[in-house]
Design a protein around this ligand. Structure first.
Ligand SMILES: [Zn+2]
Ligand SMILES: [Zn+2]
Length: 162
């Protein structure tokens, strides 16, 4: 394992044996210094609109603005349930949608969808759900015996009668 030269301070160092091929700087300090030296451009903070100097991909002027954005996002995803959110979530869930899919459809967090799934629906809502139930698979919607058996029996009795 050879000795390398730090690309920041030029000092000789023995690379950590696990990262001997990738290690370019002698210490974390040199790595950080090199990173910070990266070209900075004038950016506009997407939260407060202030101009600042930062790396080309930077979106926020400060940690505070970054936190504020994240907070807004979380708040939005975890916002209060609408009156029909539990109904919608439970209906789609019955139809076989994944929680993830429902969450993205409603622009909510999965946590928020799970909360909606735990809400007890009113009798009216449950009845509406049954009426509008759209099975996405071939599984029978009623818990009684499968409809196909009924159909078969009908066909058989019908043909013997006729
Ligand atoms: Zn160094
Ligand atoms: Zn800002």
């Amino acid at each position: 394992m050879g000795i390398k030269f730090c690309e920041w301070c030029g000092r000789e160092f023995v690379p950590n044996k696990y990262s001997s091929t990738t290690q370019r700087y002698c210490t974390a300090d040199c790595l950080n210094a090199a990173r910070n030296k990266q070209e900075k451009v004038e950016r506009k903070c997407i939260v407060c609109g202030k101009s600042f100097l930062g790396k080309p991909k930077r979106k926020f002027c400060s940690k505070e603005c970054r936190a504020r954005k994240q907070e807004q996002k979380n708040k939005n995803l975890d916002r209060e349930l609408e009156p029909d959110t539990p109904y919608l979530c439970q209906k789609w869930r019955q139809e076989g949608e994944s929680i993830k899919k429902i969450a993205s459809t409603l622009s909510r967090s999965e946590k928020s969808v799970k909360k909606a799934l735990a809400v007890k629906l009113t009798r009216v809502q449950l009845r509406t759900m049954e009426e509008y139930f759209i099975p996405c698979t071939n599984t029978p919607s009623r818990r009684s015996r499968p409809a196909t058996t009924d159909l078969l029996e009908e066909q058989i009795t019908g043909s013997t009668k006729g």
